[in-house]
Every structure is written in structure tokens, then in C-alpha cells.
Design a protein around this ligand. Structure first.
Ligand code: BGC
Ligand code: BGC
Length: 443
């Protein structure tokens, strides 16, 4: 582990941590909450590694005051959480369920009372099941439903929100949820999942207008990015790299920033109606960047249904998820975004960065996680290098505050600065929590 002092960050830099509703809240039926696609998926046999569900998760719904105290102890200036659409509209449409909004109202006030800026994601994958039943994100009508929901939330919380994030990682929701069936709703459509991309982006654009109409800004979206590392040097490898880059890194960013869809993806033009691209390109105030790792790519074998092949990235340490630890990938990505989009690029906040390790308490009850400290140290230095190279980065959020329910991996992957014993709900700050507070948040 390094003992070099962390370089200083610009004054006003936003330090935060991120979470999402289904991963921490529990209280799956409290106060009128409807079912989401993740309830359905988690309760279907064989979908989740350890057979668990988010029914209870971290019980944050009841323990939010304790968790806000942990945020205050950490000294962060911002907390990114997500709002569960099925708490607000249990059947995905109609008037707001005020009892569901009450929870977020209490949470926002608790945060402000501790000097922590609330940053809310409107959609972190937990679609009301009733909307899935009528086609979900494959149905164009959902974009209008999402904007209506955004308006209901803004009406209640807009006076106190410091940053809105419309969607979390539309690429992952499309690819893992609708392309490969690994996440809810479990569809395996491969490239026929593209309508999910267009309808998410359209929903985003309409939601941006709805928030602005309420006078509630600033507004962002949080995209997942994975810079390409070529695992070969032939023209075919380079073409494969460009194809993967268009899919993972450009599909959800080119149209947002006014460039339209990458041509090489060959999206069905019938999906795109007059005016859609203008709606999608509504100006945003911040681009949220979620980064975990680069992707190794080489040319596909002949006859493959994909225009690329994923190649393992050897030669790097790995997390418990078997993801390679490549801090330089974050620096390269941030510079690439700046080079690619130039003046069209709004200020960036890194809205997720973090790692899973098999952390647990030692005989004295302490949870030491030197690997996480090394991970965060490396990634923060990478952000600092990107800032030095002229990229406008104004914030960094660690994924995550708490060990939580990690989607298809259930409780088997621990991403927290705070350890959670899921049998007792006992929270124990790990050594990375103290490190983040001392080295970074309060230098
Ligand atoms: C990707 C990560 C992504 C994750 C979503 C992984 O395959 O490498 O970047 O965040 O899936 O759970
Ligand atoms: C998601 C988080 C998830 C994290 C680790 C991101 O793709 O936004 O919900 O827990 O990656 O997989």
C-alpha cells in the first residue's frame, strides 16, 4: 500500500458515496410499495447466486438515520441514493403514493440536517412490475411514464435536491437485463434489445424537461464506461475494438451530446421518430461517469454472432468479482471523453468507483480492507491526473457506503466502506472508511 500523500483536489470538489434503493432499502412491501422487476427476478429460482432477495437487504428503510450518521462521520459532502419508482407509483402510473415519498422526504431532511447534499437517481433498474407487464422499456410509451414519475418526485423533493440523476447505467440495464438475461427483467434479446436504449434515452430527455419545468436543477445521467484495451494488433482487432467502443461507450453518450447514434451500430431507424434526437440531446449540467474496469477486445472468430470477442485482461490484480484493477483506465477514459466530445462535454462527476473484496471482521471485530484502500488510492490519483490534463472533473463518489445486495450476486460481493452483518444488520466501518475520511475528504 502506498504512503505517498494524496495530491490536493480543487476547492469545492464534491466527495460522496453512492447506493441504490433495491440494494439497501429492504421493506419491500412497506407503505404501499408495489413490486418491481427485481422483486420478481430475485424470487425466481436460479437467478441469484446465493438464492437471496432484496426483501430485507440492509434494512436501510428503517435504519436510514443510523446510515446518515455514518455519512456524517465520513465527512462526505454528498450522498447519491436512488428513489424506488414502485414506492412512488406502485403500479407505474397514476398519482403519487405520498407514504412512499414520505420516506425520501425524511431522508433528504436528515441529510441536509447533517450538511450532506442529497443527490437522487430516479431510475436504478427497479422498474414497477406493472410497467414490465405492458412491455417495459421495449414499449415507447414508457418514456412518457418515466417523465411523469420524474415530475411527481420533483414536485415533492425538488426544492431540496442538489443534483438529479435521471438514469443509472442504461447500457448495463440494456445489455445485462435485456440482451443477456443476467439481470432483471431477464430477457435475452442480444442486439434486438436496442429499443431499450432508445426508450431509456427518450425517457431521460423528457425527464430532463420535466425537472427543468419544475425549476429543479442541476440534472445529470450516470453512464457506465469501459475503455477498450485491444488484445491484438490486426486490422480486424482494431475494428472489433471500435465496434465494442461504439456499443459500450458511445451508444448512450453520442446522442446525449447531440451527435446522434453511432452509425456502425445500425440501429433500426424506424425506432427513431422526428424530434426524438432533439429531446434526447436536451442539455445536461453534469455527466455522471461510473467506472469499474476496462474491457479487453479482439476480433471475433469466424461465424460468431458478435462483431468482437471479449479477451481476458491478464497481468492485473483482480477484485473478488474477478474484475481487473486498472486505475489508469479511469484516467484514459476521462481524457478520451474530453478528446471525443470537446466543448460539448459538460463537467464530469465520477458517480461510481469501487471494488468488491471478501472482507470480514477479525478476532477483535475490526474489518481491515487494505485492497480497497489501494484501489481507491489508485483511482483517485487517476482522477487527479485527468484533472491535470485539463479534464473538468468536479466530484467523485465511492461505490458504495454499505456492503449491500449485489444484484445477481446476492450477498456474495461486498463493495462497502462499511461492513454489514446481514444476520444482525450490524454496521462496522472498515479501515477504508477511516482512510477515505482522513486522506481524502479531510486532507
Ligand atoms: C462490468 C462493470 C459493470 C458491471 C455491472 C461488469 O461486467 O465490467 O463495468 O459495472 O458489469 O454489474
Ligand atoms: C451499478 C451498481 C452495482 C455496481 C457493482 C454498477 O454497475 O450501478 O448498482 O452494485 O456496479 O456491480
Amino acid at each position: 500500500m502506498t504512503h505517498r500523500p494524496m495530491p490536493e483536489f480543487p476547492a469545492g470538489f464534491r466527495w460522496g458515496v453512492s447506493t441504490s434503493a433495491y440494494q439497501i432499502e429492504g421493506a419491500a412491501t412497506a407503505d404501499g410499495r408495489g413490486a418491481s422487476i427485481w422483486d420478481t427476478f430475485a424470487h425466481s429460482p436460479g437467478r441469484i447466486a446465493d438464492g437471496s432477495t432484496g426483501d430485507e437487504a440492509c434494512d436501510h428503510y428503517h435504519r436510514y438515520a443510523e446510515d446518515v450518521a455514518l455519512l456524517a462521520g465520513l465527512g462526505v459532502s454528498a450522498y447519491r441514493f436512488s428513489i424506488a419508482w414502485p414506492r412512488v407509483q406502485p403500479s407505474g402510473r397514476g398519482p403519487a403514493n405520498q407514504a412512499g415519498l414520505d420516506f425520501y422526504d425524511r431522508l433528504v431532511d436528515e441529510l441536509l440536517g447533517h450538511g450532506v447534499d442529497p443527490v437522487a437517481t430516479l431510475f436504478h433498474w427497479d422498474l414497477p412490475q406493472a410497467l414490465e407487464d405492458t412491455g417495459g422499456w421495449l414499449d415507447r410509451d414508457i418514456a412518457a411514464r418515466f417523465a411523469e414519475y420524474a415530475d411527481l418526485v420533483a414536485a415533492r423533493l425538488g426544492d431540496r435536491m442538489k443534483l438529479w440523476i435521471t438514469l443509472n447505467e442504461p447500457f448495463i440495464h440494456m445489455s445485462l437485463g435485456h440482451g443477456m438475461g443476467v439481470h432483471a427483467p431477464g430477457r435475452m434479446l442480444l442486439f434486438d434489445a436496442f429499443p431499450v436504449a432508445h426508450h431509456q434515452l427518450l425517457g431521460h430527455g423528457l425527464a430532463v424537461s420535466a425537472l427543468r419545468a419544475r425549476g429543479s436543477t442541476p440534472v445529470a445521467i450516470a453512464n457506465n464506461y469501459s475503455p477498450v484495451r485491444l488484445a491484438g494488433e490486426t486490422d480486424a482487432d482494431r475494428a472489433a475494438g471500435a465496434a465494442y467502443d461504439a456499443l459500450h461507450n458511445r451508444l448512450f453518450t453520442d446522442p446525449l451530446l447531440g451527435l446522434g447514434y453511432p452509425e456502425e451500430l445500425g440501429l433500426d431507424q424506424a425506432l427513431i421518430r422526428d424530434g426524438d434526437l432533439d429531446v434526447i440531446a436536451a442539455p445536461i449540467d453534469v455527466l455522471g461517469v461510473n467506472y469499474y474496469n476496462p474491457t479487453g477486445i479482439r476480433a471475433a472468430e469466424e461465424g460468431s454472432p458478435l462483431p468482437f470477442e471479449i479477451a481476458p485482461l491478464d497481468d492485473y490484480p483482480r477484485t473478488a468479482f474477478d474484475w481487473p484493477v486498472v486505475p489508469d483506465g479511469l484516467r484514459d477514459l476521462l481524457r478520451q471523453l474530453r478528446d471525443r466530445y470537446g466543448d460539448a462535454l459538460p463537467p464530469i462527476q465520477v458517480t461510481e468507483s469501487g471494488c468488491a473484496y471478501d472482507d470480514g471482521p477479525d478476532a477483535d471485530g475490526r474489518v481491515d480492507d487494505p485492497d480497497r484502500i489501494a484501489y481507491l488510492d489508485g483511482h483517485l490519483r487517476a482522477v487527479r491526473e485527468a484533472i491535470d490534463a485539463g479534464v473538468h472533473v468536479t466530484g467523485y463518489f465511492v461505490w458504495s457506503l454499505l456492503d449491500n445486495w449485489e444484484w445477481a450476486e446476492g450477498f456474495t460481493k461486498r463493495f462497502g466502506l462499511v461492513h454489514v452483518d446481514f444476520a444482525t444488520q450490524r454496521r462496522t466501518p472498515k479501515s477504508s472508511y477511516a482512510w477515505f475520511r482522513d486522506q481524502v475528504v479531510r486532507p
